[in-house]
Design a protein around this ligand. Structure first.
Ligand code: G6P
Length: 366
């Protein structure tokens, strides 16, 4: 179902611009500032059932899997429940141990991805508790799950997912908040997260004010054949999704790496022709990430820092600035400049943004 381009050159750029509104729709009626929690009625889980969950596992493919990884980090941070993400395409084939105390979350924009649907069917067959995090109402995965959280991103046409991914992690922040508030997350911390989520659409609008800087960096590095995307902990799934976006629409080889693992092998690839995009939130790992950038620079590698911190003068060759939010929510916001970077780099290379080769918007066959 295509809809108008509203004067944009392509759907991807239009949908990037849609994000503040899309995010407002996802948040609408779901934030509770009185009790500092979230309301996700579609989960159909009362507080006792919510408390009986001992573990959370996110399942999805491609960008939905990376968003699930952001979700897992949020659940661990805010609810202190063990959580992880796994590609649904792996889960479905490995005869998974289905644990009755785990909440499984099937993540999908289209709700039609064959691998994700098969993972859900495997779970229901084994009596697992599975909810959907789906954009398309009435889709196969939404129906099969029967309960969950709709993403409300609106129709997404561009193959490279932007607003759906942002709404996935936004919804997972609310899920983590809710799981936290039936456990040990304090009222004060709950309040801090509610206020930051409420303000997040405005922060996304502020990222757009830096678009010229991002486009300039894209032009400067458009000649690179390979790029690293580097992040640690909160920044790691952000780096993975950033690399994925670049690969999908520009065909530049992009590899995401955990910052701490760089020195255990891949650093051998660093030279002046191998730029690294480094995710540098102003959090407790800032010093570590500055160290990573120094290691890259010392080997002649150009550094594009994506940051809300004040960096040492001259360390980064380009700085993509991100507005401040609460540190737990940084991964949601840091994704936006990376979408713009991939977009402008692919535009610079003259790629067909909305119809990247070899890809389909939803993969309904194996
Ligand atoms: C396809 C698309 C990806 C997307 C993935 C999952 O491979 O090209 O962009 O992330 O499917 O799609 P879903 O609709 O399940 O989120």
């Amino acid at each position: 179902a295509d809809y108008g381009l509203d004067g944009f050159a392509d759907y991807m750029r239009k949908e990037i611009g849609d994000q503040p509104e899309a995010m407002r729709r996802a948040l609408l009626g779901r934030l509770d500032s009185r009790f500092s929690t979230a309301h996700l009625g579609g989960l159909r889980l009362d507080p006792r059932e919510l408390r009986s969950i001992r573990r959370v596992k996110f399942l999805g493919c491609g960008s939905a899997y990376y968003a699930g990884q952001i979700g897992a980090n949020l659940v661990e941070e805010l609810a202190r429940l063990p959580a992880d993400a796994e590609p649904a395409s792996e889960f479905r084939y490995r005869d998974p141990v289905v644990d009755p105390e785990t909440l499984y979350v099937a993540v999908s924009q289209s709700g039609e991805t064959a691998d994700t649907l098969a993972a859900v069917q495997e779970l229901t067959r084994k009596g697992g508790r599975v909810i959907g995090a789906v954009n398309v109402v009435g889709s196969a995965i939404a129906r099969e799950c029967g309960s969950g959280v709709f993403l409300h991103a609106g129709p997404e046409v561009s193959v490279a997912s932007t607003k759906a991914v942002t709404n996935m992690s936004t919804c997972f922040a609310m899920l983590a908040l809710l799981l936290g508030r039936v456990r040990d997350l304090s009222v004060a911390d709950g309040r801090r997260i509610v206020a930051a989520l409420d303000a997040l659409p405005r922060r996304v609008e502020e990222v757009f004010e830096t678009e010229e800087v991002v486009a300039d960096a894209a032009r400067r590095f458009a000649g690179a054949r390979h790029m690293f995307f580097v992040g640690r902990v909160r920044g790691w799934p952000v780096a993975r999704e950033g690399a994925q976006k670049l690969k999908e629409i520009s065909y530049v080889h992009a590899e995401a790496y955990q910052a701490g693992e760089l020195k255990h092998g891949p650093i051998a690839l660093i030279d002046s022709g191998m730029p690294s995009v480094v995710i540098v939130p102003d959090d407790e790992l800032l010093v570590k990430n500055i160290g990573t950038m120094e290691q890259i620079k010392a080997r002649g590698g150009p550094v594009i820092a994506v940051t809300n911190a004040t960096l040492p003068e001259g360390l980064a060759d380009a700085e993509l600035r991100v507005p401040r939010t609460e540190p737990e929510l940084d991964p949601i916001l840091f994704g936006i400049p990376l979408q713009l970077l991939a977009y402008h780099l692919a535009t610079e290379l003259g790629r067909d943004i909305d119809k990247p080769r070899n890809l389909a918007k939803s993969v309904t066959v194996e």
